[in-house]
Design a protein around this ligand. Structure first.
Ligand code: ZN
Length: 364
């Protein structure tokens, strides 16, 4: 092999072998040592194939802007494996992104950040999409799972940030919003200029109290828009929950998971049909084993309106709410909580994809 070939190959191999996270913005090609020009008579070298690198850095306050950049980059990096679409826009015009990973016929939907202050769940969901995509594209197993083969049978849709306005309010505050909205936002926040605990969307509607699942009987909803708990004037009155509802009906996922915080618990039941009880409990127990989270007991009169409530009741399919992290005072989980929650949850998407394949097979 000629010396310049060794250089290129060596750099590629090195970039594959060097452990640790490679930051977004560096590609394998960019770090190649420039080889001397080949002699005139040699065949011109083809450009080296780009080496996929992790895109999402979840150990940061993960903003809507960063998410938008990262998802576009994932689509670019993994053509044929990743699809990206906007499900619609938030009340303040931010896109509600959905990234589809895989080509399989069994769909799964995993979402995060229905609640603004629970934005660490967006870090988690985006990181899941990124790490699975990297494993599939490089034909590597992830925690023992053959991801590429799995994604020929299932497609996992990730909606990391259902509520980009609420997340932005919690992370950035008023300065990210037009000045003519400030008075309303302050009023809905109870007069405070501290928005870190904001859960609702930008209109003061709690997006996880918006779904048509016994909506009329939701308990403890404020009478007017507020930073938390206001169920809205009607089901799906908020554009964000409406967009996710429409997409879910279009996709018909075999199974869904909605990430929230906090408490390290899993909700899995909502007026579940008796014939689905054992099926759903078995999946919930797998999720519990993977995460170490406890299963919430079945309630006779649960307050509804949640995404998984609606999915379980209306579609008769398994849906789960996973509450990451140790309970705080209602504010966001600290970034330092990410590493452990990631370790607990990093296989959840793969586990649900395996279940989706089984569920689809059973119905056929
Ligand atoms: Zn929540």
């Amino acid at each position: 092999m000629k010396p310049h070939l060794w250089l290129v190959t060596g750099a590629l191999v090195l970039s594959l072998l060097v452990p640790g996270r490679v930051r977004a913005g560096e590609s394998g090609a960019a770090r190649l040592v420039r080889a001397p020009a080949p002699p005139a008579e040699a065949e011109p070298l083809p450009p080296p194939a780009p080496v996929p690198v992790p895109v999402v850095n979840p150990e940061q306050v993960y903003t809507y802007e960063q998410l938008s950049i990262d998802l576009a980059r994932l689509r670019e990096q993994y053509p044929g494996l990743v699809q990206l679409r906007s499900l619609g826009r938030s009340a303040f015009g931010r896109e509600i992104w959905a990234l589809g990973l895989g080509t399989g016929p069994a769909p799964v939907l995993i979402n995060g950040a229905h609640h603004g202050s629970e934005w660490l769940t967006a870090n988690l969901v985006a990181a899941m999409a990124d790490r699975y995509a990297l494993a599939a594209a490089t034909w590597q197993t992830y925690e023992g799972v053959e991801v590429a083969a799995l994604l020929e049978l299932a497609t996992i849709w990730f909606v990391p940030m259902v509520n980009p306005d609420g997340v932005t309010l919690s992370q950035v505050g008023l300065s990210a919003f037009p000045s003519n909205a400030h008075a309303d936002l302050i009023r809905m926040g109870g007069g405070s200029s501290d928005f870190t605990g904001w859960k609702a969307n930008g209109q003061g509607v709690d997006l996880n109290r918006q779904y048509p699942a016994d909506w009329a009987h939701i308990v403890a909803s404020p009478a007017a828009p507020a930073f938390s708990h206001f169920k809205g004037s009607a089901p799906l009155s908020a554009p964000e929950s409406g967009a996710l509802y429409d997409f879910t009906l279009e996709l018909e996922p075999e199974v869904v998971a909605a990430y929230h915080s906090a408490g390290r618990v899993i909700y899995w039941h909502f007026h579940t049909a008796p014939e689905n009880y054992e099926r759903d409990l078995a999946i919930a127990e797998q999720l519990s084993a993977a995460t170490g989270y406890s299963l919430m007991p079945v309630e006779e009169n649960p307050s509804g309106g949640g995404y998984k409530d609606w999915f379980v009741q209306a579609l008769g399919r398994p849906g789960f709410t996973l509450e990451i992290g140790v309970y705080t005072d209602g504010g966001p989980l600290p970034l330092s909580a990410f590493a452990e929650e990631w370790q607990r949850n990093n296989t959840v998407g793969l586990l649900l994809a395996q279940e989706a394949i089984r569920l689809r097979g059973r119905r056929e």
